[in-house]
Ligand binder design. Sequence first.
Ligand SMILES: Nc1ncnc2c1ncn2[C@@H]1O[C@H](COP(=O)(O)OP(=O)(O)OP(=O)(O)O)[C@@H](O)[C@H]1O
Ligand SMILES: [Mg+2]
Length: 368
Amino acid sequence: MTFPANPFKPTAGVMPPVLIGRESVIDDFDEGLGDGPGAPDRLMLITGPRGSGKTVMLTELGKMASKHRWMVVDETASEGLVDRLISRIAPEPSRIAGVSFKPSIMGASLGEFSIAPALRPSTLRDAMSARLHSLGKGKGLLITLDETQDASIDDMTALATAAQHMLRENAEVAFVFAGLPSLISDLLNAKVLTFLRRASIKELGDVPLTEVRAAFSSTIRGSKIDIDDEALDIATDATGGYPYMIQLVGYHMWRHARRRHDGPDDAITVEDVRDGIEQARAKLGEGVCAPVIKRLSERAVDYLEAMAIDDGPSATSDIAKRMGESMDCANIYRQRLIDEHVITSPTRGRVDFAIPFLREYLRSLKRG
Ligand SMILES: Nc1ncnc2c1ncn2[C@@H]1O[C@H](COP(=O)(O)OP(=O)(O)OP(=O)(O)O)[C@@H](O)[C@H]1O
Ligand SMILES: [Mg+2]
């Protein structure tokens, strides 16, 4: 038998073979769609660090809505967000008041237009109403927004205002926002913040290891590849329950086994697992941690290294001491790192890493 294709997907935004440990979010949303207007889970805020599975969760919830025969509009926050939403939602964008089409060389432009900022909330609302009307009875509209932390306050205000109106009118709509956890504490416009705080908030944390193990087992053994319990345990522990790492470990142990594969024994051995973990750690460091470190100043990295000495959250006073800086000075780096979403402040006077495995990565650099 030839070794089957690698089922693991260590790529941002790509659906894994099993969406591990997220049933409750999916079920809540499904229920929200079924329960009709007013259901709390029709306004959802998904938060989680990089690589925790926010984007694939939006895809999954979109699939769920499609099954209910809803229209799904997926967007990612960046300049021109609300204009893009309007152009995609309105059944006939050219008939919307307040729209001026951007001139284009060939005369007719394809959805390229801009709207006076003051008109954006009401235009978006009109676009949603018109779309719901054209969709017909029983069908709804889901808008998903990824990377919400990058949205401008103007765009978020317009979207929040329009969404609030639609929800209040008991329209068949749902909104799912996804973003980094710091989004909630960011100095967003107060109105936007109240709106998002009212959402059903789902934090995508680490996946329980028992579920990771079960998913590894079913994915691997389901492909008629053997793996013994010891190998399974080692692989599971190495993931720390971090979704991106689950895919990395799975992918690299599979690859190692396939490359070594030379006989009738289709198996992933302990040796494959150990090699796979090493590869996975290197990829995680390269792909997630190194780019973060590269953007930071030397002293900001010193701050992180001072944190990496601790096994859990650090006291800011300890960090200042370790850096040989005054509290005021260390606080400047602290704030910068929080703004960059690299660390969080779980409680007053404490800081912790916001990026999984960054601590381990910094320690490995120190070891050289
Ligand atoms: N529940 C899950 N179980 C197993 N693997 C998952 C799960 N969720 C996501 N993954 C995998 O983790 C990786 C990261 O997923 P995704 O890109 O959705 O994360 P994200 O939170 O959007 O990250 P970022 O903040 O960088 O955009 C992908 O390889 C994906 O296949
Ligand atoms: Mg993402």
